[in-house]
Design a binder for this molecule. Structure first.
Ligand SMILES: CC(C)(COP(=O)(O)OP(=O)(O)OC[C@H]1O[C@@H](n2cnc3c(N)ncnc32)[C@H](O)[C@@H]1OP(=O)(O)O)[C@@H](O)C(=O)NCCC(=O)NCCS
Length: 285
């Protein structure tokens, strides 16, 4: 097998996006789940953005000169996020995925990231096995939740759009919960106008980059997350990810009409702190 790996470039977005769409669709439909992306345009747009963003490292695999897969490392924060990794369904199970993973681990080591994380589809035995064999530990079982807006106001918790001046307060909450901040990612979300903060007792006690598949949220307690979820008008993409060991928050969401669309798993390699507070991971971590 004449496989070569090289750095991804913006020109690769069209082909990598099409492979990404096919790979996720094939595995989801094989398990009777809805595909993560409604059409190929969505991953093409996502990968165009990632391939043009200096905060992401991209690697692509070529077999006999033809693009057959890609993988990404989100380098915007002090903990790196892996994915999306996808291999053309016609050449899966031939170690290409493993090689794309080893490449981003090499990159993470070069860049001195103390830890890397990812989220995998809970029903996908192959990705679970590849990651476990590469050394990843399972950290949290997750439920992807979707449904109509809850429109529930938490008394004493005010949700408002985040502004650049909120960054330090948000980073403080994130450090309190996770032991590190996610400043690069938060900065992007604030610039895009997607982030929200929640204030309690006159100070910022939680935030969300966005309520959805690609966003994360943290709060000093479940009340902050209830306020953020209750205020969201939509849950972007397939839904937002909730660690189901947080049984109280999980039940609160279910009682308000949200539905589980798929099980997922948060996994980590290297440094990991058990969170001290309430959180919703993004599909990266
Ligand atoms: C996940 C994905 C990237 C893996 O790439 P791949 O090239 O197919 O995988 P590889 O051939 O490198 O590795 C497959 C490994 O899983 C093992 N495996 C497969 N099914 C398994 C099972 N049910 N139980 C245990 N091991 C299993 C194989 O034996 C192989 O292990 P080995 O490398 O030690 O021999 C690819 O299948 C894909 O694109 N899937 C769809 C999209 C997706 O789910 N992406 C991941 C998102 S988190």
């Amino acid at each position: 097998m004449n496989l070569t790996l090289r750095r991804g470039k913006p020109d690769d977005a069209q082909v990598c996006g099409a492979i990404c769409y096919e790979a996720f669709k094939t595995i989801a439909e094989a398990h009777h789940f809805a595909p993560d992306f409604p059409s190929a345009d969505v991953p093409v747009e996502l990968l165009t953005w990632m391939l043009g963003h200096a905060g992401f490292y991209a690697v692509v695999a070529e077999l006999g000169g033809k693009l057959v897969g890609s993988n990404f490392l989100d380098e915007r924060n002090c903990i790196a996020g892996v994915g999306p990794i996808t291999v053309d369904p016609t050449v899966q199970n031939k170690t290409i995925g493993r090689q794309l993973m080893e490449d981003v681990h090499h990159r993470a080591a070069q860049k001195n990231f103390p830890g890397v994380r990812l989220v995998q589809a809970g029903y996908h035995m192959r990705s679970l096995s590849v990651y476990a064999k590469l050394g990843y530990d399972i950290r949290e079982p997750l439920a992807c939740l979707q449904g109509p807006a809850i429109n529930d106001v938490m008394v004493g918790y005010r949700v408002r759009p985040a502004a650049p001046g909120d960054l330090e307060d948000c980073n403080r909450v994130c450090r309190q919960v996770h032991g590190h901040d996610r400043n690069g990612e938060l900065l992007d979300a604030v610039r895009q106008g997607a982030a929200s903060v929640v204030e309690h007792d006159g100070r910022v006690t939680g935030y969300a980059t966005t309520l959805g598949f690609f966003g994360h949220a943290v709060g000093e307690s479940n009340s902050e997350l209830q306020a953020l979820i209750g205020a969201a008008q939509t849950f972007a993409g397939p839904g937002f990810l909730l660690p189901i060991r947080n049984a109280k928050l999980f039940r609160w969401c279910l009682q308000r009409g949200l539905r589980v669309t798929q099980p997922m798993t948060l996994m980590s390699l290297g440094l990991y702190n058990e969170p001290a507070g309430a959180f919703l991971p993004s599909v990266a971590y």
